[in-house]
Design a binder for this molecule. Structure first.
Ligand code: SF4
Ligand code: SF4
Ligand code: FES
Length: 242
């Protein structure tokens, strides 16, 4: 069957403005959107640029906006969309476009690194190298979900705080990464890590819109992790009873 793909194009070397190109592609309903993009690149227009690597939802390279929602192109099938209509493929929102569907993810990785901006020593890394730090299954389950993050950037592209209110907001994936350490029973610097979260443009910018959770391709309960971290901050600030 033929499906129409409307694809965002922008080549800064020759284009003054972005535009859309339309491709009529022979595909199967079970084809992944990534397969369709590859088919276009291999058989119709070799100049079409997009990122991909693993093609199996592991590397986080192919986050795109597909019919208005952030998603991995390798996880979405043609039949996930109303393919009687055109399927619109655009770059991840919020990020600057490098070329066509490729965006500059540097601001995203900067935020992830910013949660460690003070170079807080972590018992996981520093600590006593001779000593085994035992953790039981229950303790491990406290941050298991956060370990699934593949740093795809989809949550940043979907978060209304980042896209509409505060473009410097540290953002969901960075808070999730902080949560991963804060709730790890082996971490010794929890108070310092909670303090980093409270810096300007930090955790309190999150308004619980849940869009990060909706789009996360690894189905991580991102908003829940953010709310747990906020609760931990509030509990830490309460005077400790003797
Ligand atoms: S829950 Fe917070 S981080 Fe997630 S989309 Fe909403 S405002 Fe952004
Ligand atoms: S939290 Fe989910 S959407 Fe955000 S970067 Fe990680 S995997 Fe991607
Ligand atoms: S190509 Fe690696 S996650 Fe899609």
């Amino acid at each position: 069957m033929k499906v129409v793909f409307k694809i965002y194009r922008f080549n800064p070397k020759i284009d003054l403005e972005p535009h859309f190109d339309v491709f009529n592609v022979e595909v199967e309903p079970t084809d992944r959107i990534l397969d369709c993009l590859n088919k276009i690149r291999w058989t119709m227009d070799s100049s079409l640029s997009f990122r991909m690597s693993c093609a199996h939802g592991i590397c986080g390279s192919d986050g795109l906006t597909i019919n208005g929602q952030a998603a991995l192109a390798c996880q979405k099938l043609v039949k996930d969309f109303d393919y009687s209509q055109e399927i619109v493929v655009e770059p991840l929102r919020y990020f600057d476009v490098v070329k066509d569907l490729i965006v500059d993810l540097e601001p995203f990785f900067k935020r992830i690194k910013s949660i460690n901006a003070q170079r807080i020593p972590t018992a996981l890394i520093v600590g006593d190298a001779e000593k085994e730090r035992v953790q039981n299954l229950e303790e491990r389950s406290e941050f298991d979900d956060a370990l699934k993050c593949i740093l795809c950037g989809c949550c940043y592209s979907a978060c209304p705080v980042i896209t509409e209110q505060d473009s410097d907001f540290v953002g969901p994936a960075a808070i999730l990464r902080a949560h991963r350490y804060i709730f790890d029973s082996r971490t010794t610097d929890v108070t310092e890590r909670l303090a980093v979260m409270q810096k300007p443009h930090g955790i309190w910018g999150c308004k619980s819109y849940y869009m990060c959770t909706v789009v996360c391709p690894k189905k991580i309960k991102v908003t829940q992790a953010i709310l747990r971290t906020k609760k931990k901050i509030i509990l830490e600030q309460q005077p400790k009873s003797e």
